[in-house]
Write a protein that binds this ligand. Structure first.
Ligand code: GLN
Length: 470
């Protein structure tokens, strides 16, 4: 009830698209009953959790923040949603995002932009629940980052204890960094994507947003593992783990990739990054500079692969099976066309067009196949570095703290989202686990985070290091 009240009083953040008040209260009551009767409790029993609105939820609308899916109610739960419920969690509602998770600001959804709760702490300096919208409206509130901005704002404003996001190029880690929360992108294949409406199937992973690293480990433990409904999930059983209190980091080797000194990296974040490296060094860890030479091709390569997969994924939205259907009755063809024009925003339509271009017979080898080869080179860079004995990589998560909304929307959103993913995106190319850990406040009093990238399926090691650092 307190979470629901807080969701109401922070409505101006626009973090939620749907609040499932009735079912949430019912789930909470059932949990209380289990507790009273002394029944065995699930690891998430009674814990209020929010879910990004691109995961299917039976009986609760799933919109992807798009006109195309407004009013769509899935007949089934995404595997991760079902797992949350099976572990006793209370599903509070569905959180806001960029349309179909395409973006890095949470400003492009059809329900309007998400506001960063930190905008409303006086001078951004007070760590407190935001109070009202009006006092800051004129002075320029800041974005949450995206595309899982609703989930990050929901955790950061204390309206839930954890939230699910998705991460294709940085969409969990980027908003986590801007909102001062933990954001975990697990190894590709560790958590089922069944019921997550796809953006780039070969890179999408469900993401976990929490207030601390320990909570992320608990969520991971309840969500990870094989799913017969997602053939890309690992076959092995996943053993949930508790994080040890690491006291000795002297056996660790921390890699600092030199290519992450990207153009546009703010001096504040650069200083924070070196300070963090020193912290490990002073605690006895080996800190080594490493090189990931193909990283610089990652953004262009992503553009080709992403749009190609988008063109194919979006084909299903034709006005017949899901959500919106145009009134245009001239012909089936024109109904398809009108439905897609009315249903998708510019970003989505632009990507469908680019993707179809890259997939044309005469372009396929030149762009799509080549991009796949470059992707392999990017992934191999990581393999080499980890083989050389590095345990985890330490990098910034974002180039700067969160931009004011008015500033952010002035830039072209194609170049903008490319820039914003520059430090997070390569981990998706390589399928590696990575985590944002909130680290400090910027001079403006906004949260900034650092990122750890680990070896495939070595979440325990990654989270242990993150916890030590936290
Ligand atoms: N910003 C990237 C994009 O626009 C990644 C988004 C994501 O991770 N969902 O595609």
């Amino acid at each position: 009830q307190r979470c629901l009240a807080l969701i109401k009083s922070t409505k101006f953040l626009n973090a939620y698209i749907t609040v499932a008040e009735e079912t949430a209260l019912k789930q909470a009551e059932e949990s209380e009953e289990r507790y009273k009767r002394g029944q065995p409790l699930g690891i998430l029993d009674g814990i209020p959790i929010a879910v990004k609105d691109n995961f299917n939820t039976a009986g609760i609308e799933t919109t992807c923040a798009s006109n195309m899916l407004k009013g769509y109610i899935s007949p089934y739960n995404a595997t991760v949603v079902q797992k949350l419920l099976d572990h006793g969690a209370v599903l509070l509602g569905k959180t806001n995002l960029d349309e179909f998770a395409m973006g890095s600001g949470s400003t492009d959804g059809v329900f309007g932009p998400v506001r960063n709760p930190w905008s409303y702490s006086k001078q951004y300096k007070e760590k407190s629940v935001p109070k009202s919208h009006s006092e800051d409206e004129e002075s320029g509130w800041v974005i949450t980052g995206g595309s899982s901005g609703g989930s990050a704002a929901a955790v950061s404003s204390f309206t839930c204890f954890a939230a699910l996001g998705s991460d294709t190029g940085g969409s969990t880690r980027n908003p986590a960094a801007h909102c001062g929360v933990v954001g975990l992108k697990p190894t590709y294949g560790l958590i089922s994507r069944h019921g997550l409406i796809p953006l780039v199937n070969s890179m999408d992973v469900p993401g976990i947003l929490t207030r601390c690293v320990d909570d992320a480990a608990v969520l991971l433990g309840s969500l990870a593992g094989h799913d017969p409904k997602d053939s890309t999930t690992i076959q092995d059983d996943f053993k949930p783990f508790e994080l040890p209190n690491l006291t000795d980091v002297s056996k660790l080797s921390i890699g600092i990739p030199k290519e992450y000194h990207a153009p546009g990296l703010s001096s504040e974040i650069l200083a924070l990054w070196s300070k963090a490296a020193d912290l490990f060094k002073n605690a006895g860890a080996k800190v080594v500079e490493v090189s990931l030479p193909h990283t610089r091709y990652s953004i262009v390569c992503y553009h080709v692969l992403c749009t190609a997969e988008v063109a194919s994924n979006m084909a299903r939205f034709d006005g017949l099976e899901y959500g919106h259907r145009s009134d245009m009755k001239d012909s089936t063809e024109s109904m398809y066309a009108a439905t897609r024009r009315e249903g998708f925003n510019d970003v989505v339509r632009g990507r469908i067009l680019s993707g179809n271009y890259f997939l044309l017979k005469q372009n396929y080898e030149k762009y799509f196949v080549k991009a796949q080869k470059v992707r392999r080179l990017i992934a191999n860079d990581f393999v080499k570095v980890f083989r050389s004995g590095v345990d985890v990589l330490l990098t910034p998560t974002t180039l700067s703290d969160a931009a004011p909304y008015m500033e952010f929307i002035q830039e072209d959103n194609r170049t903008r989202s490319a820039q914003d993913d520059i430090l997070t995106q390569a981990a998706n190319m390589a399928g590696l686990p990575a985590i944002n850990v909130p680290t400090a406040l910027s001079e403006r009093g906004l949260p900034v985070g650092l990122q750890f990238i680990g070896r495939s399926f070595q979440e325990k090691q990654l989270l242990t290091v993150a916890k030590w650092f936290e």
